[in-house]
Design a protein around this ligand. Structure first.
Ligand code: SF4
Length: 211
């Protein structure tokens, strides 16, 4: 194993001890509900999404429901998350596509997921790993920031980060690493003021070692 892969593994093992239960905080009871929640989560917190979906899923929870829903009602229901108008439109359109092309089911294929409106690489990775237990390493703002600060990657965008992380992290740990970086980004390695003095990764982090 090369030095960088060993370093990545050491980081993941330490994060595993720190966040043994790292996983999605989104609430859902079907693959479709998870897809809706992940689409809504772009530029919003999981708590905001859960507030919106807890009410919405009581009444609407299938692609049929979403395809038939009036767009104005959909906008009102998702009003509590950022970029709600675009997300409402995407949810309606993607539900119509699921019904037309996928028999009303969420496809368990990365490229098929990427064809759906509002679904980018991050969302497709999350759906593959959380809904289908397949390898997936989605890169959101936390993963992007933490991985770059640690020095595991040197990148300017999430696609580059995804590629570089996937090259050094064992495939069976992709999903876990995704959630661990998010937990660490929320609790310790925050955007504005990382708490480096209390960080379990201090002696493994480039940001600290360089100073
Ligand atoms: S040491 Fe600081 S910069 Fe590095 S991962 Fe921890 S909190 Fe983030």
């Amino acid at each position: 194993m090369n030095k960088k892969k060993k370093w990545a593994l050491d980081i993941i093992q330490r994060l595993q001890a720190e966040y043994p239960d790292a996983g999605t905080m989104l609430k859902y009871s079907s693959q479709f509900e998870l897809l809706v929640a992940v689409v809504l989560s772009a530029q919003s917190t999981d708590a905001q999404v859960n507030r919106v979906t807890s009410k919405m899923f009581e009444k609407y929870c299938t692609p049929e429901d979403f395809a038939q829903m009036d767009i104005v009602e959909m906008e009102e229901l998702v009003h509590g998350v950022g970029l709600y108008k675009g997300k409402a439109k995407n949810l309606k359109n993607l539900s119509e596509i699921l019904l037309k092309k996928f028999d009303g089911k969420v496809p368990s294929d990365f490229n098929a997921l990427m064809e759906l409106p509002g679904v980018g690489r991050k969302t497709a990775n999350v759906i593959m790993s959380v809904a289908f237990n397949q390898p997936g390493l989605g890169v959101d703002t936390h993963v992007q920031r933490v991985a770059n600060r640690l020095g595991l990657v040197t990148t300017k965008n999430p696609d580059q980060t995804e590629n570089q992380l996937k090259a050094i992290i064992p495939v069976d740990l992709w999903s876990k690493a995704h959630h661990q970086f998010i937990f660490h980004g929320r609790k310790t390695c925050m955007a504005r003021k990382p708490n480096c003095s209390q960080c379990v990764l201090g002696n493994l982090c480039k940001k600290v070692l360089d100073n």
